[in-house]
Design a protein around this ligand. Structure first.
Ligand code: TXA
Ligand code: MG
Length: 315
C-alpha cells in the first residue's frame, strides 16, 4: 500500500469517511484514526499497529455535541472535568453507548473519550463528521510518535494516509481518568497533572496498586514507550557510563558529554517530556545500545515523565 502524505485535513478526513485509517497530529502525540462506528475500519487499526485486541482505543471528538453519541452517561464528576479540561490532553473513561462497537474498547463496557485542542486535529475531526477512534500511531510496543517522520518509520506501507503536522507540543500522551466509579481514578498519568485534576475534584486518586491499574486499564499490561536500546535510570549524571554506543538525557549534564554517542541536556521537565520519545527514536536509528536517563521529581508533569521512563526501563 502506498502511504500518502498530506497537509490537508479535508483530504485526510475523506479517507476516514471511506472507511480507511489515517494518522494525524494532536497536541500530545500522533494518533491513528478510524470512524469509531465502523467496526471493519477499527480492525484495520489493530492490524496496522499489531495491537493486541484487548487494548482499548480512545475516541476523539470534534465537539461536545458528539459526546452523547459515544457515552451512555456523563456522571457529574466527568462533567466537571469536561468543563475544566476539554478540549485538551485529558481522556475520560465513561459508560459506552451500545452504538459504539465493542472492538473499540477491547470488549469493555466503557469508552475512553477525548477532545483534542490541536488546531489541525480539530479541523481534521470536524471534517470527518464522526467520532474518531485512535490509539497512538506507532507500532505496538514502540515509543509514541511525536513527528510525522516517526509515524512513517513505523507505519509506511501499512496505512494509506498521514496528515502531516508539526512536531507535537507535549510529547507525552493524555492523562486517562476513569470516571465510572465513586471517585475519579487516574489510570495513566499524562499531560494534565494530578494536581490540576485535584484542583477541580479533590478526591481524584492514582490507581496505585499495579493490579488495579491492570484490571482497569488493559493498556498498562503491555510493554510501552520502549526504544530498542536498553534504558537505565541514573540518579547522578556521573553514574552514566560513557561510550560511543551510549546516550544520555537529563536536566544536568554528564561530566564528559563528548564521550557519549548522543547527549541531550534539557532545560525543564516540559522540555524533557517534549523530547523524550524523539530522543529514543534517534538513538535507535543511530544504533545506540544504552540510554541513560536522569530521573525527575514525580510531581506535576514529572509524574507522567517518570511513568514513561520506568516503563521504558522495564523493557
Ligand atoms: O494522547 C493520547 O492519549 C494519544 C492521542 C492520539 O490521543 N492516544 C493514545 O492512545 O495514547 P493509546 O491507545 O496509545 O493509549 C490509550 C490508553 C491505553 O492505555 C488504553 O488501555 C487506555 O488508554 N484506555 C482506552 N480506553 C479505555 C477504556 N475504555 N478503559 C480503560 N482504559 C482505556
Ligand atoms: Mg499507545
Amino acid at each position: 500500500m502506498k502511504t500518502l502524505l498530506t497537509a490537508s485535513p479535508e483530504e485526510a478526513a475523506a479517507f476516514i469517511r471511506r472507511g480507511e485509517i489515517v494518522a494525524f497530529p494532536t497536541e500530545t502525540v500522533y494518533g491513528l484514526g478510524a470512524d469509531a462506528f465502523n467496526e471493519e475500519a477499527i480492525r484495520k487499526i489493530f492490524a496496522a499497529k499489531e495491537r493486541p485486541a484487548d487494548n482499548p482505543l480512545i475516541v476523539h471528538l470534534a465537539d461536545l455535541g458528539q459526546l452523547p453519541r459515544v457515552a451512555a452517561r456523563v456522571p457529574p464528576a466527568a462533567q466537571a472535568l469536561v468543563e475544566a479540561f476539554f478540549p485538551g490532553p485529558l481522556t475520560l473513561i465513561l459508560p459506552r453507548r451500545a452504538e459504539v462497537p465493542a472492538v473499540v474498547s477491547g470488549g469493555l463496557p466503557t469508552v475512553g473519550v477525548r477532545m483534542p485542542r490541536h488546531p489541525v486535529a480539530q479541523a481534521f475531526l470536524a471534517a470527518c463528521g464522526v467520532p474518531v477512534a485512535a490509539p497512538s500511531a506507532n507500532r505496538s510496543g514502540r515509543p509514541s510518535p511525536t513527528t510525522w517522520e516517526a509515524v512513517r518509520a513505523d507505519l509506511e506501507g501499512r496505512i494509506p494516509c498521514i496528515l502531516v503536522g508539526e512536531r507535537t507540543e507535549a510529547g507525552l500522551e493524555s492523562t486517562v481518568v476513569d470516571c465510572t466509579g465513586e471517585t475519579p481514578v487516574v489510570l495513566r498519568a499524562g499531560v494534565v497533572t494530578l494536581e490540576a485534576l485535584r484542583a477541580v475534584l479533590p478526591g481524584t486518586r492514582l490507581a496505585e496498586a499495579t493490579a488495579e491499574a491492570l484490571a482497569r486499564s488493559p493498556g498498562a499490561r503491555y510493554r510501552h514507550y520502549a526504544p530498542r536500546a536498553r534504558v537505565r535510570l541514573v540518579d547522578a549524571p556521573e553514574a552514566a557510563e560513557p561510550g560511543a554506543d551510549a546516550a544520555y538525557i537529563g536536566l544536568a549534564p554528564p561530566p564528559d558529554p563528548d564521550a557519549f554517542g548522543r547527549v541531550r541536556v534539557v532545560k525543564s521537565v516540559e522540555a524533557y517530556a517534549h523530547e523524550l520519545f524523539d530522543f529514543f527514536r534517534r538513538c535507535d536509528a543511530e544504533g545506540i545500545r544504552t540510554i541513560y536517563c536522569q530521573p525527575v521529581p514525580p510531581a506535576g508533569l514529572g509524574l507522567a515523565l517518570m511513568d514513561r521512563l520506568h516503563r521504558a526501563a522495564q523493557g
